[in-house]
Design a protein around this ligand. Structure first.
Ligand code: ATP
Ligand code: MG
Length: 425
């Protein structure tokens, strides 16, 4: 039989990797709780129509990246390519948006049929934040401050740049879109294929084109600043003032448009040079138009999503991985002899009850004293407990400091917590 492998672009997260994932998730949760955000968990599969309506028919995601299939009932379902549409669907379905303010977050796998490469996968993980019911620049600033705090805490702020822009109201955008299309029609023969394809369906995305020749054409294109509505202009000024007041550095990037159709006013991205082409680790903005598009009342909304794998790659690229996070055992119990074997598990459970914070691994499956001591060393434990037959009969145990230089000592079971405490456990 040929050996089975994971689906291309979908990765196993091995036990040696998971401590770093848990570290990052822990940091994110700690920051989110500082700001009073609450977790929501949505299904990984949604009706296909949700994304067609909620993400936009003419986005890369819906046009070519979705995993869509019919279930046995003939219903068209899609593995979620992002979390915002599902979050809005859930919030509407359960009445979370009616006259309420919400600060929500979620995490989990997203699925996009893309060409796998470093920092780009077909199953990848996002942590997303969505807020509802707040129309001002205050909440947009809060989202940016929150991500700034997280990146500071993670020690990666120095390798990130914050880009911000405003997309204006949908009316202003429509006017600008028309001006941009008029201009681009005049230089149509010089556009790259991707941009040509987008010209009538999603022309704003052309601003974000990766083609150098197209970027050059854009230098003479109309600029959004001449089309922006007053309200959006004030909103953007307010946002910048709040960032300035908090000492947050940013670049205003008029070509920042983001891939999704539903953004209005504020957009932002955190970008790095450290990861090659996959440089955006976090992107978000305001999407006041989405809730009505999915059948709800007018509801202001603002959020962001960050790619976990890219942040992990960044932590590694800039040497910001904390030492010792892969350590999972503090105490290793060596079991030497039949009498010892008969009571070792009782001792282990007693320690776990008395010292719930200590991570204890008991040797299972026998083995010589020497091989068990090797396992103790390999486990990363700071201390080994050695239970031989004599100790077992006397309800005592040998305590061996594996890294420091405190001499091996014998302890009764009932004094053990105290002895281990003195060793820093
Ligand atoms: P890109 O331009 O890199 O394709 P995007 O605009 O499609 O990104 P979003 O939809 O805004 O990305 O998703 C938010 C974040 O999720 C991105 O900034 C990135 O960190 C991460 N991300 C998006 N697609 C992938 C992927 N295929 N693999 C890994 N991470 C991804
Ligand atoms: Mg993409």
């Amino acid at each position: 039989m040929t050996s089975l492998q994971s689906v291309r672009g979908m990765n196993d997260i091995l036990p040696s990797d998971s401590p770093l994932w848990q570290y990052l998730e822990g940091q994110v949760k700690a920051v989110l709780s500082q700001y009073g955000y609450r977790e929501i968990r949505m299904p990984i599969v949604e009706p296909t129509e949700l994304f067609a309506r909620g993400v936009g028919e003419h986005t890369d995601i819906v046009e070519k990246e979705m995993y869509t299939f019919n279930d046995r009932n003939g219903d068209s379902l899609t593995l979620r390519p992002e979390g915002t549409a599902g979050c809005v669907r859930a919030a509407l379905e359960h009445g979370l948006l009616y006259n309420q303010i919400q600060r929500l977050w979620y995490q989990g796998p997203m699925f996009r049929y893309e060409r796998p490469q470093k920092g780009r996968y077909r199953q990848f993980f996002q942590i997303g934040v969505e807020t509802f019911g707040m129309a001002g620049a205050d909440i947009d600033a809060e989202l940016i401050l929150l991500t700034h705090r997280l990146f500071t805490r993670l020690g990666v702020l120095g390798s990130l740049t914050l880009h911000i822009n405003t997309l204006g109201s949908s009316e202003a955008r429509a006017r600008y879109r028309k001006a941009l299309v008029d201009y681009l029609e005049g230089v149509k023969d010089q556009l790259d294929d991707d941009s040509l394809r987008r010209l009538y369906v999603n022309p704003l995305r052309i601003l974000d084109s990766k083609s150098a020749s197209t970027q050059k054409l854009l230098n003479a294109a109309p600029v959004f600043d001449d089309y922006i509505d007053d309200e959006s202009r004030l909103h953007f000024a307010d946002l910048r003032a709040r960032l300035d007041a908090n000492g947050i550095a940013y670049q205003v990037n008029p070509r920042l448009v983001r891939g999704l159709d539903y953004y209005t006013k504020t957009v932002f991205e955190w970008m790095t040079d450290a990861l090659g082409a996959q440089g955006t680790v976090c992107g978000g903005g305001r999407y006041d138009g989405l809730v009505p598009m999915l059948g709800g009342k007018e509801t202001p909304a603002s959020g962001f999503a960050m790619g976990i794998e890219r942040i992990l790659l960044l932590l590694q690229a800039v040497d910001a991985v904390p030492a010792n996070i892969e350590k999972t055992v503090d105490l290793f119990l060596v079991v030497a002899g039949d009498q010892a074997d008969a009571v070792a598990q009782v001792l282990a459970e007693q320690i776990r009850t008395e010292m719930p914070a200590v991570r204890l691994q008991m040797n299972c499956g026998g083995g010589s004293f020497k091989s068990q001591m090797k396992k103790a060393d390999k486990s990363g434990a700071a201390v080994a407990l050695i239970l031989g037959d004599d100790e077992a009969l006397e309800k005592r145990v040998q305590v061996k400091d594996l890294h420091g230089n405190i001499a091996q000592q014998s302890s009764s079971w009932h004094e053990l917590a105290e002895v281990l405490g003195q060793l820093g456990l």
